[in-house]
Design a binder for this molecule. Structure first.
Ligand code: ADP
Ligand code: MG
Length: 154
């Protein structure tokens, strides 16, 4: 069951607005995959989502640390970036699977790097370059929970 919607992102502000809308639709245990080339705007989207939820600190890209965790008003948000993974097994050996549960929200950039060991996401968002500032996002609901969260997103 995959329901896809696409949204034109005219500039960085539009990507941030999508992050805000997404933040309003998050439900517990949601697993979100973020795909797209380097610089497409994946972290930009997560940064906006976290600030919209009320996070006031600096949102670092987890491209070096692989993982950042946020606790915002008792909601845990796990933010992964697997770009540096050399093999999918690194996901398992790092024990990262333990972070995916029924309560916390998990967002994974570059899930392709661990695709064969990761479970299916509720939502997959793919951001494609159109040019320097224009992007197109494809939002795919891949579970009932994902579908409910995406309803009315755009
Ligand atoms: N429409 C857009 N959406 C998001 N970022 C944009 C857009 N246009 C330009 N940018 C720029 O592209 C870069 C996106 O960086 P980032 O979010 O870290 O990418 P990723 O996490 O996908 O590698 C930022 O420097 C941002 O200013
Ligand atoms: Mg990033």
């Amino acid at each position: 069951m995959i329901k896809e919607i696409s949204v034109f992102l005219e500039n960085e502000k539009s990507t941030s607005e999508l992050g805000l809308k997404l933040s309003e639709r998050l439900t517990s245990g949601l697993l979100i995959f973020l795909k797209g080339d380097l610089g497409a705007g994946k972290t930009c989207l997560v940064r906006s989502l976290l600030t919209s939820l009320g996070y006031q600190g600096k949102v670092k890209s987890p491209s070096y640390s692989l993982f950042e965790q946020y606790n915002i008003s008792d909601t845990i948000i796990n933010h992964f970036d697997l770009y540096r993974f050399k093999s999918a097994e690194e996901w398992l050996s790092a024990g990262f699977n333990d972070y995916i549960n029924a309560y916390d929200i998990t967002i994974i950039e570059w899930p392709e790097r661990a695709e064969n060991v990761l479970c299916e996401p509720d939502i997959e968002i793919e951001i494609m370059y159109e040019n320097d500032i224009n992007r197109k996002a494809f939002i795919r609901a891949q579970s009932k929970k994902g579908e409910v969260a995406c309803k009315g997103l755009i």
